[in-house]
Design a protein around this ligand. Sequence first.
Ligand code: NAD
Length: 475
Amino acid sequence: MMNRTKQYINGEWIDSDSGETIDVINPATEEVFGKIAKGNKADVDKAVQAAKDVYLKFRHTPVKERQAMLGRIVEGYKARKQDLIDVMTLELGSPVTKSDKVHYETGVTHFQAAYDALETFEFEERRGENLVVKEAIGVTGLVTPWNFPTNQTSLKLAAAFAAGAPVVLKPSEMTPFAAVILAEIFDEAGVPKGVFNLVNGDGEGVGTPLSQHPDIRMMSFTGSGGTGSKIMEQASKDFKKVSLELGGKSPFIILDDADLDEAAQAAVAKVVNNTGQVCTAGTRTLVPESLKDAFLKKAVEAMTRVKVGDPQSPETEVGPIVSEKQYKQVQTYIQKGIDEGATLIHGGLGKPDGLDKGYFVKPTIFADVDNHMTIAQEEIFGPVMSVITYKDLDEAIQIANDTKYGLAGYVYGKDQDVLKRLAREIEAGTIVINEAPRTPDLPFGGYKQSGLGREWGDYGIEEFLEVKAIAGFYR
Ligand code: NAD
């Protein structure tokens, strides 16, 4: 049993004030495999105080010192590679190969990207006789979800450390152990006392007092729109800055000149990646009307090849959904797709054959989806593809943008002019042309209801900075 029931506050592992714990469940077995602290307001108060005590000092540490600290974190993170892979496979149900190549890798990438950004990042700018200074915003609350346990935490932590902002992190109570390892890495890397504080617990017990705390200057949140809106409301009482990374329902547009085998393969990968639990998942697959039947045949073939099963097996590509609640949500959406008249052509309700234990779902394809159906408008957070047809490019763009979200968009085909036109006209924070790699120096964030602000690299560092104008500095 993995019992980590202490909080990391002011450079020490201390008992939670509550004395209560939360069970952590392995979604592949439905069994409890560990416990964490169920933190409360008193824990939050202690953690915020520790960060407040150090924020002025940390803000003014030389940039080179913060960069060296990030360098030591990168080394420490790499040294804990196997522990991170093991824990994410257990808590998230992520297949071992993905825990390594996706989850482990993305985490370290963010610390390295922040390190690299500090090589050239300008914290000061002279304007005539005056000076503009960018300095850390102050104590920051970070609240993160379960779908990428190291990525979602590391990208915020790397940016806050680079900026010079001390933090209190509340990771998801469903996947808390990766953050416990991060705390150990920071401790070993000599992150000063109070700069990093970890308070485990649930949203109400820890997230709410954190976003209400008067000494918190900024809340950085990733997760659902409902929680994002609550955090924004709580933060509005004393005008905290809020940075939000919320959901998406991203279009994957296939052009009529695309290689259909490759396009189907790419579109399916976008839907099943991380068992569909990805905010940028391209789950609305837009295909030209004339290619509908040919595409569906290829998509079913590609989906059939996807190996769902035990996350501990290196053969597995898709593991279970993270929790029973999320499993039920996916089932409800599949039922809605059927009820609203979409054609189920692959997968569907229930568990895949032979996988009765664990929150496994069937990778699913719906055809004849109208963009106004629930399965085309709401984030399912499961491996469910909604295939929508379009007559011409104007209609493709209109459908792509007919959503409350604007996190990502994917375009796939050969005609460069058309690809570039679509890339410019889709309303979203990230557009990917023909599966080009998305490097960590690119900004990440959403238009419309997908969020506020930008993360990753130098754009992420900017989020944690205030801007000060000093008139007469050079007089
Ligand atoms: P959530 O928004 O409820 O939880 C995310 C984090 O917020 C967790 O750490 C949670 O403990 C915390 N939290 C919950 N209530 C809070 C409150 N009132 N104040 C402060 N913090 C609070 O998301 P979830 O329940 O984990 O997932 C629900 C849905 O959210 C998913 O089905 C999916 O659609 C979406 N989601 C999106 C992303 C993303 O990356 N955009 C990630 C995870 C989940």
